[in-house]
Design a protein around this ligand. Structure first.
Ligand code: PLP
Ligand code: ZN
Length: 390
């Protein structure tokens, strides 16, 4: 691989997350062919990196460039993603007795969701590796994000989405010039079709964890959380989980920051809470060992309507390592949450973000959370896209 002055990435290898087998990070990779599991990018931190370098860097996720996989900054496809604000939910906090309640508002990313992080990274890497056409199965936001970054990169985008996704998600993809395919069913069926079409050879599959780099984009949430908390992490992070890349990414960032000594080796990591819809909760089922198969239906929170998570083993591992837990929320609770946050905090929150707020209230009732805990909610997307369902 060429090394130029612009080659600032510490990228070292891709490894099978089951058996550790090495995959060449300098050629096109998808997932591990040995164990049929996601690949994990590793970085060589022997040269170290002072966290003070961040002070002079732009407020986008590219500020962590050494720990990102892009080799040549000329290939960076950016719309200004990352460094989203921490909003204090002080009105609701006072009402319910949470003294340290913050929400990281990912709706302020390009295309209105945190999917921008993963797809900015994955499309940039695809461009670097010479890929011209991409395909993605999506519950909504990932399709819009991939379409936008492909448009910016001059690449062709094909998006496969469930038919009964709100209109705006579809119109957005078409506006960015993508081919849009609508299917009956949930994202798993879209995923099957994406794999089939990709297997014919011309389209690169960007499905969650079926390529290694969306995770690398999403992990920047973890780096930002540490920076925005002045390197003193929250006690609890509550996260709306579909395919789980965000949760996995945040955790990966915490471990990487320990290896960089940006976090001390004995610093306590947050408890990670997985929130799902009671209409589709495969991660909760797996973690709780509950055999009662609930069947999977579309929730108003599209992003949580993911019947099969390719990274399920990894998500369970994070839940265990962090002493976290899982919570299910109903669509009625979500709608209550949307209104409560709108009225009290002036935010049109996504249904996924509302689910996280509802989960917090349940955790308090269950005494899992103390009033003085530093609590971080992740609002993964904008509520405006779902307005027709509110
Ligand atoms: C995709 C999505 C999720 C789920 O994200 P994962 O990281 O795949 O678990 C949650 N909320 C919104 C708004 C989404 O678009
Ligand atoms: Zn393997």
């Amino acid at each position: 691989m060429k090394t130029t002055i612009k080659n600032i990435s510490y990228l070292k290898s891709l490894e099978c997350t089951a058996c550790g087998k090495y995959f060449d990070p300098f050629s096109i990779q998808t997932f591990s062919t040995c164990c049929n599991k996601p690949l994990n990018a590793t970085y060589d931190v022997t040269d170290g990196l002072e966290k003070e370098v961040l002070l002079k860097r732009p407020s986008t996720l590219w500020r962590y460039r050494e720990m990102l996989p892009l080799l040549d900054t000329d290939n960076c496809v950016s719309l200004g993603e990352g460094m989203t604000p921490m909003v204090s939910l002080n009105n609701l906090g006072a009402q319910y007795g949470f003294e340290n309640l913050l929400m990281k508002d990912e709706s302020l990313n390009p295309t209105g969701s945190f999917k921008a992080r993963g797809l900015s990274m994955a499309v940039s890497k695809a461009k670097e590796l010479g890929i011209k056409s991409c395909i993605i199965p999506t519950a909504g936001n990932a399709g819009g994000a991939m379409s936008a970054y492909c448009a910016k990169a001059g690449m062709q985008a094909t998006v496969i989405m469930p038919k009964n996704t709100p209109k705006l998600f579809k119109e957005e993809c078409e506006l960015y010039g993508a081919n849009l395919i609508l299917l009956d069913g949930l994202i798993d069926e879209c995923g099957n079709l994406a794999s089939e079409l990709a297997a014919r050879g011309d389209l690169f599959n960007m499905a969650t964890l079926k390529e290694p780099y969306r995770l690398e984009g999403k992990k920047t949430m973890g780096y930002e959380i540490a920076e925005q908390y002045q390197w003193d992490l929250p006690d609890v992070i509550i996260y709306p989980t579909g395919g789980g890349t965000g949760l996995l990414g945040i955790w990966k960032a915490f471990l990487e920051m320990k290896s960089l000594k940006w976090l001390s080796n004995d610093s306590k990591l947050p408890k990670m809470i997985v929130v799902q819809s009671d209409l589709c909760s495969p991660v909760c089922d797996a973690f709780e060992n509950s055999n009662n198969h609930r069947g999977f239906k579309m929730s108003i929170a599209n992003g949580l309507s993911v019947p099969k998570a390719f990274g399920l083993d990894m998500i369970i591992q994070v839940l265990k390592s962090s002493q976290g837990r899982t919570i299910r929320i109903s669509d009625l609770e979500i709608l209550d949450g949307v209104r409560e946050i709108g009225k009290n905090e002036g935010i049109v929150i996504s249904p996924e973000g509302a689910a996280v707020w509802e989960a917090l209230k349940k955790l308090k009732k269950q005494k899992f959370i103390n009033p003085t805990d530093k609590i971080l909610l992740i609002n993964t997307g904008s509520g405006f896209k779902y307005m027709e369902n509110y």
